[in-house]
Ligand binder design. Structure first.
Ligand SMILES: Cc1ncc(C[n+]2csc(CCOP(=O)(O)OP(=O)(O)O)c2C)c(N)n1
Ligand SMILES: [Mg+2]
Length: 469
C-alpha cells in the first residue's frame, strides 16, 4: 500500500528520527517454503539479534529500536511467510550482546528509499469503454462531472462530496470487486485501503504486474499505435462486450437499499370499524417504536440533511454503514481523513459550522460519530461565547466502546477478553452529564420517530442514540 496515497497509511521508515537506537525497514515477505520456513527466516533471525543488541545499548545507552515489518494479508494470527510458529518462539536475544552496531547507527537506516505518492496532478484520460470513476474522500463534484462526461459508472465514497448524479453506483461496497470488472480511474481523493474497489484495483495491479493476461483489468497504458488501428481495436472491443456502464448500473439498481418506512394505512386509520382502526394504529405505533439500527440512524441523518446543511462523519463504524447503503444526494459531506484519526472530529465540525455561519449560511452542521470518537474530543465542547450561537448537532451512536474492530480480521484470531480490553475499550461515560457540564442540550433517542424529531432542533445539541454492540 506504499506510495499510492492509501488512506490510513503513512511513511513509517525513519519516523522516530534520532529517538531510536536502530531501525530497519524489511521487505514484504515472499512466500513460504513447503516445510513452513521462509527464505527470510535467517535474515529475520539476524535482524532480531541486531535489534536486541541495539536496544540493550550495544556500545551506548539502552533505548528503543524501530522494526518496520510489512506483511501480506491476512494481517493477524500466525504470520505467513516470516517464520513458522515454532521458530517464532525461539526468537530470543542472540548470544553476542557485545557486537558493535556503530555502522548501522551512524547510517541511520538500512531501509528502502522513501516512495513518493503516484502522480497527483491533473491527468488526461482516454475514453476507454471499460472505465469506472472512483471518487475518494474530498474528490468533490468534479468527479461526478467526469463520470457524467465520460458516461462512466461512478463509485463515490460517502465522504467524497460526489455521491450524486445518475451515474452513481448504489451499494458499491457489496458489488463484487472483480479485477476484470473494468479499469478503475481514481478520480481524486483517497480511497480507503479496505474498500472493495481499492482491493479490486490492487488485485488488478498485481495481476498486471504478474503479466497474467487472463486476469488483466484493462489497458492502463494503451501502446502507442496509429489512431486508425486503435479505433478499430476499440470498435471490436465494444462489439464483443456489453457496455460496462450498463452492467454496473444494473448491479447498482439491484443493490439499492430503501429504508423508507411503509406509508401509513390511511384507510385503516380512518376506518369506522374499531378493530380495523386499532390494528392500523398499532401498526403505526410499532413503526414509530422500532428501535434504531445503524442503518436507520444513518438513513435518518442523511434524509434530514440538505444542501444548505453540512454533514461531518467521524472515523467510526457509522461512516462505513453510511458508505454501504446511502443513496445519492448532493449535500456537502466532510471527514477527517489522512490517518482516519478519531481525534478532533468535533473540533473540525465546529470549524465547519463557524465557517458556514460566517458565510451567512443558515443550515445546521451535523456530526455523526461513535462514542469513543466523541470522548476523544470532549474538550471541543467548551465553546467560548462568540461561538455559542452555532447550529450544531452532535449525533453519537453509543455502543459502549469501539465496535468497528469486531468486524476486522483481528477479532477472529484474538482472545475475547483481550479483544474487549484493548480493542473494544468499554466505556460508560454519562454523556447527558457531559453535555450539561459544557452547556449543550442533550437528548437520548432510541426510535426513528424520536430521532426525526430531534434532528429538526437547532442550537448546540448532542443527540445520543444507544446502539447494540
Ligand atoms: C486518534 C486515534 N486513535 C485510535 C484510532 C484507532 N481507532 C479507529 S476506530 C476506533 C474506535 C472508534 O470507536 P467509536 O468512535 O465508538 O466508533 P464505533 O466503532 O464503536 O462505531 C479507534 C480507537 C484512531 N483511528 N485514531
Ligand atoms: Mg462505539
Amino acid at each position: 500500500m506504499r506510495g499510492v496515497g492509501a488512506n490510513q497509511t503513512t511513511h513509517q521508515p525513519g519516523m522516530f528520527g534520532a529517538h531510536v537506537r536502530w531501525q530497519i525497514d524489511l521487505p514484504v515477505p515472499d512466500g513460504v517454503d513447503p516445510d513452513g520456513s521462509s527464505p527470510q527466516a535467517a535474515a529475520v533471525r539476524e535482524v532480531a539479534d541486531t535489534a536486541w543488541d541495539a536496544a540493550q545499548g550495544g556500545a551506548g545507552p539502552r533505548g528503543p529500536v524501530h522494526l518496520n515489518l510489512p506483511h501480506r494479508e491476512p494481517l493477524s494470527g500466525p504470520l505467513p511467510g516470516w517464520l513458522p510458529a515454532s521458530r517464532l518462539a525461539s526468537l530470543a536475544p542472540g548470544p553476542d550482546p557485545a557486537r558493535s552496531l556503530s555502522e548501522e547507527r551512524s547510517d541511520g537506516s538500512k531501509g528502502r528509499a522513501p516512495q513518493r505518492p503516484a502522480g497527483t496532478g491533473p491527468r488526461i484520460l482516454d475514453r476507454g469503454p471499460r472505465t469506472i470513476v472512483v471518487a475518494g474522500a474530498d474528490a468533490g463534484p468534479s468527479a461526478e462531472q467526469l463520470a457524467h462526461d465520460g458516461d462512466w459508472p461512478l463509485v463515490a465514497e460517502i465522504v467524497s462530496g460526489a455521491r450524486f448524479g445518475r451515474h452513481l453506483v448504489h451499494g458499491h461496497r457489496a458489488l463484487p470487486a472483480r479485477p476484470g470488472a473494468g479499469r478503475t480511474r481514481p478520480a481524486g481523493g483517497r480511497v480507503r485501503a479496505s474498500h472493495p474497489v481499492a482491493r479490486g484495483h490492487r488485485a488488478a495491479g498485481a495481476a498486471r504486474r504478474r503479466g497474467d493476461r487472463r486476469r488483466r483489468a484493462g489497458r492502463a497504458v494503451e501502446p502507442e499505435r496509429g489512431n486508425r488501428a486503435r479505433g478499430i481495436r476499440r470498435r471490436r472491443r465494444r462489439r464483443r462486450r456489453p457496455r460496462l456502464a450498463g452492467e454496473w448500473m444494473r448491479a447498482s439498481r439491484a443493490a439499492a437499499v430503501d429504508l423508507t418506512p411503509p406509508a401509513p394505512d390511511a384507510d385503516g386509520l380512518a376506518s369506522a370499524v374499531p378493530r380495523e382502526r386499532l390494528s392500523a394504529i398499532s401498526a403505526e405505533v410499532d413503526i414509530l417504536r422500532t428501535p434504531l439500527s445503524r442503518e436507520l440512524l444513518v438513513d435518518a441523518v442523511w434524509r434530514a440533511t440538505w444542501p444548505h446543511d453540512r454533514l461531518m462523519f467521524g472515523s467510526s463504524r457509522l461512516v462505513r454503514v453510511a458508505d454501504g447503503i446511502l443513496p445519492g444526494k448532493k449535500v456537502p459531506v466532510h471527514a477527517n481523513r489522512g490517518l482516519a484519526g478519531i481525534d478532533g472530529t468535533v473540533s473540525t465540525a465546529i470549524g465547519i459550522a463557524a465557517a458556514l455561519r460566517d458565510d451567512g449560511g443558515v443550515g445546521v452542521t451535523r456530526v455523526l460519530l461513535g462514542d469513543l470518537a466523541l470522548l476523544h474530543d470532549v474538550g471541543a465542547l467548551l465553546l467560548p461565547e462568540p461561538e455559542r450561537d452555532l447550529r450544531i448537532q452532535i449525533i453519537v451512536g453509543n455502543d459502549g466502546g469501539g465496535t468497528i474492530f469486531d468486524g476486522l480480521e483481528v477479532a477472529a484470531t484474538t482472545d475475547a477478553a483481550a479483544m474487549a480490553r484493548v480493542m473494544y475499550t468499554p466505556q460508560q461515560v454519562d454523556i447527558a452529564g457531559l453535555a450539561a457540564a459544557y452547556g449543550w442540550e442533550h437528548e437520548r433517542v432510541a426510535t426513528r420517530a424520536g430521532l426525526d424529531q430531534a434532528l429538526t432542533a437547532g442550537g448546540l445539541r448532542i443527540i445520543e442514540v444507544p446502539l447494540p454492540r
